[in-house]
Design a binder for this molecule. Structure first.
Ligand code: SAM
Length: 282
């Protein structure tokens, strides 16, 4: 009988995966990492018991956290990816020929090496792109110390547990703001509001105090169970979130980027939120 992987999202609710096989498992210097094979979702990675990514549905999350800010910005050249060790965010970012440099700051080198080996389609060669720069460090320290500045910062973090806790702090977002260029945009992985409302409520309080414009946008990622997956949006660029459809369409067509989820209509619609989510931060 195949083993089951249980993910407890909430003290009274979770999900499970039937594991066809365990591909790799270890306690790294930072977290427990397991990679396993499933019949429907393909290969799956979990860190400290929390699902990080699956081969089957990763495209939704990675496309929405890259193409939305990059097409909204319109002139992005430098991108900072916080976390993102599986390489999916780097892959989607570098599909934009206009991006000159993508810096990925990941605390756990094991995640990168094991993702290259067991989840090769995630990075799909992005780590070898001449525009990629990979730094193994605590990203909260990196954004505090760096003198570099970025047009887009993508916080591709786990939930606020373990080494990622610091990536949801006011200090961290303050330093991200310091590292943004004029018109720069910060986007964040912000949990599923239905099950994790505190992630939106807490981030909204911080974003409200630090940025001129903040909001959230959503997409359904099946294995981030609990309904809408929310992404934080924080910037002093008040036009970026309100790009008209024709501008987004021109930019998307010009880019010649192939996507499976993102398109200009979905980009705009993603910012239209259900009332129960709006009331969490209005
Ligand atoms: N898509 C996933 C999600 O929504 O939960 C996140 C994917 S990615 C695997 C998250 C990465 O953040 C992990 O590789 C983890 O090692 C990294 N990470 C956690 N804390 C970090 C920190 N303080 N600095 C840099 N990277 C960190």
């Amino acid at each position: 009988m195949a083993e089951l992987f249980y993910e407890l999202i909430h003290e009274t609710y979770g999900q499970f995966f039937k594991m066809e096989s365990i591909l790799f498992e270890k306690k790294t210097d930072h977290q427990h990492l397991v990679l396993f094979e499933t019949e429907f979702f393909g290969r799956v990675m979990a860190l400290d018991g929390i699902i990080q990514t699956t081969e089957k549905d990763e495209f939704i999350y990675h496309e929405m956290l890259t193409h939305v800010p990059i097409f909204a910005h319109g002139q992005a050249k430098k991108v900072l990816i916080i976390g993102g060790g599986d390489g999916g965010m780097l892959r989607e970012t570098l599909k934009h020929r206009s991006i000159e440099q993508a810096t990925l700051v990941e605390i756990d080198a094991d995640v990168i090496e094991l993702s290259k080996e067991y989840l090769p389609k995630h990075s799909n060669g992005a780590f070898d792109d001449s525009r990629s720069q990979v730094i193994i460090a605590d990203a909260s320290q990196f954004v505090q110390d760096t003198s570099e500045s970025y047009d887009i910062i993508i916080a591709d973090t786990p939930d606020p547990v373990g080494p990622a806790k610091v990536l949801f702090s006011e200090d961290f977002y303050q330093n991200c703001r310091r590292c943004l260029r004029p018109n720069g945009i910060l986007v964040t992985q912000n949990g599923t509001p239905f099950l994790q409302p505190e992630e939106i409520v807490e981030n909204a309080k911080i974003f409200r105090s630090l940025f001129t414009d903040y909001h959230f946008y959503c997409a359904p990622v099946p294995t981030y169970t609990g309904g809408h997956m929310a992404f934080g949006w924080a910037t002093d660029n008040t036009n970026a979130r309100r790009q008209p459809l024709d501008i987004l369409t021109d930019r998307f067509c010009l880019s010649q980027i192939q996507t499976q989820y993102y398109n200009p209509g979905i980009h705009q619609a993603a910012f239209a939120l259900p009332t129960y989510i709006q009331t969490m931060f209005k």
